[in-house]
Design a protein around this ligand. Structure first.
Ligand code: MG
Length: 236
């Protein structure tokens, strides 16, 4: 049995999102956004921030500002508010590593598939931990973060930059995502996009966003990955 869409992929690189994929960190992010916004008196609900995952911090702040005040934030306001959100995130302590993400990454490494980190995050408290939490997985020069992209997801730029770092074409990459905007970005970059449901976002939202395959958990994806890789390879 061949999975739909697998037959045009010559798999060489995996472009891997961070929050909600490598770390079970989205609840901390949404709590930090909710605290920052409600302290400003902006009406919002915590769940909405799950759907903004992947946008730049400035884009999320503009959604809040446009809704509350009818205009976007100034660059200075956005910088101050994003720093406050980052502080509230860091104050919650270390988010836990996503169970079985290490097993998923080891399968990619052992199969000779290059790993490139592709996150819209500029959250230094978590980026600093990648080398100790996932040693040897993301080599220097193989990390796309908020520091080297202009556009957040769903713009394809972060994944296009990841492909460039990998030195691979879209047909040689898979994207691994957990959020609708990230899935849209992966598809817009032309990549086969795997979605993993690791939070409250329902599977249907990921399908609607264009995911080629949706797994119900990281454990399920880690279990299935060796077979998925063999499907890609038998089509070489
Ligand atoms: Mg994510």
């Amino acid at each position: 049995m061949k999975t739909a869409g697998v037959n045009h992929i010559d798999l060489k690189a995996a472009l891997i999102d961070m929050d909600g994929v490598l770390y079970d960190s989205m609840r901390n992010h949404t709590a930090a956004w909710y605290r920052m916004a409600t302290e400003m008196g902006i009406d919002c609900c915590r769940e909405e921030f799950y759907l903004y995952e992947g946008m730049t911090g400035a884009a999320t702040i503009d959604i809040l500002f446009n809704r509350a005040y009818g205009h976007p934030a100034t660059p200075d306001e956005a910088r101050v508010l994003y720093a406050r959100k980052a502080q509230y995130f860091a104050e919650q302590g270390k988010p836990v590593m996503m169970p079985d993400a290490d097993r998923m990454l080891a399968t990619l490494r052992d199969s000779g598939i290059m790993r490139v980190l592709v996150t819209g995050s500029g959250q230094q408290s978590i980026l600093d931990r990648l080398d100790s939490d996932y040693p040897g997985i993301f080599l220097p020069g193989k990390r796309v973060t908020a520091h080297n992209v202009t556009h957040g997801k769903p713009n394809p730029e972060p994944y296009l930059k990841g492909m460039e770092m990998a030195g691979c074409a879209a047909t040689e990459c898979i994207v691994i995502e957990n959020a609708p905007l990230g899935v849209q970005a992966g598809k817009a970059a032309g990549c086969f996009t795997v979605a993993v449901t690791t939070g409250p976002i329902p599977r249907e939202r990921l399908v609607e966003s264009g995911a080629d395959i949706v797994y119900g958990s990281m454990t399920e994806f880690a279990d299935a990955l060796p077979h998925l890789i063999s499907l890609f390879r038998e089509n070489d």
